[in-house]
Design a protein around this ligand. Sequence first.
Ligand SMILES: CC(C)(COP(=O)(O)OP(=O)(O)OC[C@H]1O[C@@H](n2cnc3c(N)ncnc32)[C@H](O)[C@@H]1OP(=O)(O)O)[C@@H](O)C(=O)NCCC(=O)NCCS
Length: 165
Amino acid sequence: MPDCPDIRVRPVDASLRPALLDLVVHEAQYDFVGHIAASLADAAMCEGSEAMAILREGEPIGFYRLEHHPRSIADMTFERTTVGLRSFFIDARWQGQGLGTRALAVAMADLSRRHPQVRDVVLTVNLRNTSAIALYRHAGFREAAGLYHGGRSGPQYVMLCALPP
Ligand SMILES: CC(C)(COP(=O)(O)OP(=O)(O)OC[C@H]1O[C@@H](n2cnc3c(N)ncnc32)[C@H](O)[C@@H]1OP(=O)(O)O)[C@@H](O)C(=O)NCCC(=O)NCCS
């Protein structure tokens, strides 16, 4: 197994779907993300939602969505061009190996490259989701003022990260 595996991200297409549908998180983590089949179906229906695969050595190990209408994330408005990050996860079999940290850095670089007009990234994360909070802080996200009380699993931080100009 490579020490520093190749991590890439790619918009989801039909060739990636079967392997993506096999991805899971630990049962308790479904408080924080939906099942991938539902996320893919929802992304396909939502204008401005971009479904993205996280690939390790070319094979899907994770998923996230970019929301180009960020108001759908926390019902907030933004002065600068902002994209929402949603449903970010690493398959349960691949967690705890630093791959989420690397994948998030690759996802942010991909976002800057493909959407250079975007200035900020916003997300919400449940207060109980300590590993995700650590991941996002490590990547440069910071909590905005106030909590978001939407969603089904309790209060969430709203976190923002500026992209390099
Ligand atoms: C959050 C998630 C993406 C992290 O992926 P990962 O590959 O395990 O992350 P890493 O191995 O790169 O570790 C990231 C951070 O989480 C911490 N972490 C990892 N596993 C952990 C665990 N079981 N308990 C507590 N902290 C943990 C690491 O210590 C690291 O923090 P650090 O940088 O301060 O050391 C993954 O746990 C996941 O998919 N969770 C379920 C979905 C989810 O909650 N997504 C976020 C929605 S907002």
